[in-house]
Design a protein around this ligand. Structure first.
Ligand code: ATP
Ligand code: MG
Length: 173
């Protein structure tokens, strides 16, 4: 089976959790899944669950600076670029041994200037043919949308943050 390329984008809730759901289905069918999380803090609660699914479903992240990009010093930005490249290279190096790779929040890494979109384009164009590739994050660039096979845009109709309900553990993070 040839692998295809998925994008979950848009401003609504459900991009990362949908990609995780897809990963769980794939792992259940015997596929080996890797999710690499970009631009994330040191821990996310999905990690606690996915760690129990090793080696069928693995998660990889790297300690990140938890700040908005406009609050970062030039040194911190440089460090984020290094972390991002490390994560991206880890995904590329794993691509022969995995059936599905999820690049969670890769769009944020591109938008914030931590990685050159051309590297992502090259990865998509040169990926092993069996590999199912899933990209998430707001503001997917047109170049990536053009290369993808599935593109789902999740739009917010309502979100509780609009009525002042803050992020809740187990639901938002
Ligand atoms: P999830 O991880 O829950 O699937 P997501 O990946 O689609 O969400 P992100 O852009 O990664 O969303 O943002 C992380 C969190 O931000 C979400 O869990 C979430 O509920 C919150 N969020 C998403 N959309 C909105 C919105 N329109 N307004 C306010 N907060 C939002
Ligand atoms: Mg997300």
């Amino acid at each position: 089976m040839d692998g295809l390329v998925h994008i979950y984008t848009g401003n609504g809730k459900g991009k990362t959790t949908t990609a995780i759901g897809l990963g769980i289905r794939a792992a259940g069918s015997g596929m080996k899944v890797l999710m690499v999380q970009f631009c994330k803090g040191s821990s996310t609660n999905e990690e606690n669950t996915i760690d129990k699914l090793k080696p069928d479903f693995e998660i990889y992240k790297y300690k990140q600076i938890c700040k908005f990009v406009w609050q970062m010093t030039p040194e911190e930005k440089k460090q984020m670029e290094e972390y991002t490249l490390h994560l991206f290279n880890y995904a590329m190096d794993s691509s022969k041994n995995k059936d599905m790779i999820i690049l969670d929040e890769i769009m944020a890494a591109i938008t914030n200037g931590f990685i050159d979109m051309k590297l992502v384009v090259e990865f998509i164009k040169n990926k092993p043919s069996h590999l199912e590739l899933v990209l998430t994050g707001r503001n997917a660039p047109k170049e990536l949308i053009d290369l993808a096979d599935y593109v789902s845009e999740i739009n917010p109709v309502k979100h509780p943050m609009d009525s002042g309900i803050m992020a809740r553990k187990g639901i938002e993070f």
